[in-house]
Write a protein that binds this ligand. Structure first.
Ligand code: ZN
Length: 433
């Protein structure tokens, strides 16, 4: 993408986030459906509905949750907490209630952040039936004694879990998995940024006439969504050759890459090479069995080569899971930079091939083929020749271009360019696999 096209995409992604921001998403329900409908307006998306009660490995698809309204009225009858103002005010998955109670009783249902007294926290109770409200600590401190009226107009009933899937077929059935969670309500970085960047990435890849890999995008509720997908697609999972879990891609922080469980999978090396080449600070971290859906993709029964590429990782920015993760916190330029980084990862994955040197007995004469400088002393010419010699020397059908780039300590782009020149000169043949 040109810098102008990227800048435009950054603005468009931010506008998409602003449009999706007010929807009350959760792990099930209409908030997710409406978000998926927005994505489906931009890329080809299959929307799946999996009935409540479906067994998925050790888990069960939960009841579907929907909410229309929720509020707390103080003793004077004034609404002091109102879901219509922010959907973070409701404990996500709250069961319905309409009751009157004293402040002391109400307080056991109220959640605040005493150390960030101005912010509303984001809290959930998916697997234990409960109701509650989240509010700023300032607001809590201002509540007078007396009798309160609370109302949660929600339903928790048999329905389904909804997720979206976009498959872009390539020349081979080997797949690149790109997975992002869609279950958070009005939080911009976690994870409307991931949803936006993955939607634009799918759009960009689908516009390309040729691609080696098939690309599978999953827009799923966290944890239960990836477990559900894996349970329904167990036989297909072995096609996944590379994968990334995308989240937190709109904050101004540096990129962080969390390696797959395997640690040395091709995707781990590709992302490292991309971040290095971009001159980005190298925040590469080892696999740990918590975080996002890589926990499921990297469970030992699957052990897929799936890492996670984010900007500031979850939990490490003060706005995380609070009302400060808002539309001002995510920036168009950061979104555009994230899209560019993912596109660079795709470029290296697509370009990382193996070749056979067709003139392996001593060096071929490069000068005769116009590949060798005729006048010495030019630094860039020397670097180019070095790349040519490395590709010729290592292309025995075993080493990939990424192997060569790593060994030569040259950029993947330089090695890829050398391979293209050698292909053009008829000195290389691609080896499958
Ligand atoms: Zn989160």
């Amino acid at each position: 993408m040109t810098p102008e096209a990227l800048e435009k995409a950054g603005g468009a992604m931010h506008a998409f986030i602003a449009e999706a921001f007010p929807l009350c998403r959760s792990i099930t329900g209409d908030g997710v459906r409406r978000t998926l409908a927005m994505i489906a307006g931009r890329i080809p998306l299959d929307v799946h509905e999996v009935p409540s009660g479906t067994q998925v490995f050790d888990w069960t698809v939960p009841k579907e949750w929907n909410i229309r309204d929720a509020w707390i009225k103080d003793p004077s009858g004034r609404k002091v907490v109102d879901f219509q103002e922010s959907n973070l005010h409701i404990l996500n998955y709250s069961v319905p209630v309409h009751a009157r109670m004293q402040l002391a009783e109400l307080q056991s249902h109220l959640f605040t952040l005493p150390f960030k007294p101005e912010l509303i926290p984001y809290r959930t109770s998916y697997y234990k039936e409960a109701w509650g409200f989240c509010l700023s600590h300032r607001q809590l401190e201002a509540l007078p004694e007396g009798e309160y009226e609370v109302c949660v107009d929600s339903t928790l009933a048999d329905g389904s879990l909804t997720y979206g899937e976009c498959l872009l077929p390539g020349e081979t059935e080997r797949e690149v998995l790109l997975s992002t969670h869609v279950c958070h309500p009005s939080l911009a970085n976690d994870n409307l940024s991931g949803i936006a960047v993955m939607t634009w990435l799918a759009r960009e890849i689908s516009a390309r006439p040729r691609r080696r890999y098939s690309y599978r995008f999953l827009f799923i509720p966290g944890t239960i969504g990836s477990i559900t997908w894996l349970a329904r697609n167990e036989a297909r999972a072995s096609r996944i050759a590379h994968g990334l879990v995308a989240a937190n891609l709109g904050d101004p922080g540096a990129f962080h890459y969390k390696r797959s469980r395997r640690g040395i999978a091709e995707i781990d090396r590709v992302v490292t090479a991309v971040l290095k080449a971009a001159g980005e600070p190298l925040g590469v971290e080892e696999f740990v069995p918590f975080g996002y859906d890589e926990r499921q993709y990297c469970s030992p029964g699957f052990d897929l080569p799936v890492g996670s590429l984010t900007r500031t990782p979850w939990g490490r920015y003060p706005e995380y899971h609070t009302s400060a993760d808002d539309l001002a916190f995510v920036r168009p330029d950061a979104l555009a930079g994230s899209l560019r980084t993912y596109l660079n990862v795709v470029k290296v994955l697509e370009g990382n091939r193996r070749y056979l040197n067709l003139n392996p007995k001593c060096e071929p004469q490069l000068g005769r083929r116009g590949l060798y400088r005729t006048i010495g002393g030019d630094e860039s010419g020397r670097a180019r020749e070095l790349a040519l010699l490395w590709v010729l020397n290592q292309s025995d059908g075993y080493y990939s271009l990424l192997d060569i780039a790593e060994r030569a300590r040259l950029s993947f782009a330089a090695i890829r360019e050398a391979a293209d020149a050698l292909l053009e000169a008829g000195l290389l043949r691609e080896v499958e696999g």
